[in-house]
Design a protein around this ligand. Structure first.
Ligand code: HEC
Ligand code: HEC
Ligand code: HEC
Length: 129
């Protein structure tokens, strides 16, 4: 390797280390500032109604499916691969396990600047107590 290449390699390494806090903060979902906090109930249950990967990316679609099934077809029981049955309810089921909307849903939504309007009608059981 000639010296010029070494200098360039050195600069790249330096830049990567120097900028680490920056891009780590932007891209790292594990960053404690916006990492959703699992409730004791969720920790105990260990798994969500679908895989974590699916939930992270598709929970909005799943909620739409739940709503349509309940409102249009009057179905209330959701059963997926893990064999467990869930009552398709945003307030009772999702927030029954993710018991703190603020620590779980809101932390991530605030970071992503998403403001679901669901809470105009659906209750956060905690707020209601
Ligand atoms: C019985 C408890 C339980 C119920 C009910 C439940 N969850 Fe979960 N949820 C979990 C657990 C546990 C995890 C973490 C899974 C893991 O780490 O593998 C999780 C993960 C998630 C994630 C991914 C979080 C991340 O860090 O990316 C989202 C989003 C989510 N749930 C939303 C929902 C929604 C919306 C509902 C209702 C449709 C719901 N959950 C119902 C227990 C539950
Ligand atoms: C790991 C981060 C994360 C967690 C945890 C999370 N969400 Fe989300 N949620 C998002 C993101 C990002 C979007 C926007 C996705 C998009 O626009 O495609 C979103 C969108 C939504 C939407 C659609 C909103 C709209 O206006 O289109 C609903 C409804 C929703 N989330 C409900 C929930 C509920 C309820 C919980 C807690 C039980 C929750 N989410 C937890 C990241 C999260
Ligand atoms: C204008 C009021 C209103 C808004 C806003 C609203 N909903 Fe609903 N939703 C209802 C009503 C009414 C029902 C029927 C309740 C029932 O039959 O149990 C319902 C049912 C549901 C159900 C199935 C039953 C239950 O109790 O959870 C889901 C899931 C649901 N909505 C999700 C959502 C999501 C996600 C949002 C936001 C993106 C949302 N809703 C916004 C009024 C609303």
């Amino acid at each position: 390797m000639n010296d010029k290449l070494k200098v360039i390699a050195g600069l790249i390494v330096f830049f990567a280390i120097f900028s680490y806090p920056f891009w780590n903060n932007i891209f790292n979902k594990e960053n404690p500032e916006h990492k959703p906090v699992l409730s004791a109930e969720a920790e105990k249950a260990k798994e969500c109604v679908r895989s974590k990967d699916y939930m992270t990316k598709e929970h909005m679609q799943l909620l739409d499916i739940w709503r349509d099934k309940v409102v249009r077809s009057g179905e209330r029981v959701y059963k997926y691969g893990n064999g467990k049955e869930y009552n398709m309810s945003l307030s009772n089921t999702c927030l029954g396990c993710h018991t703190s909307k603020a620590e779980f849903c809101d932390r991530c939504h605030d970071y992503a600047s998403v403001k679901p309007y669901c809470w105009d009608c659906h209750i956060d059981p905690k707020e209601n107590k």
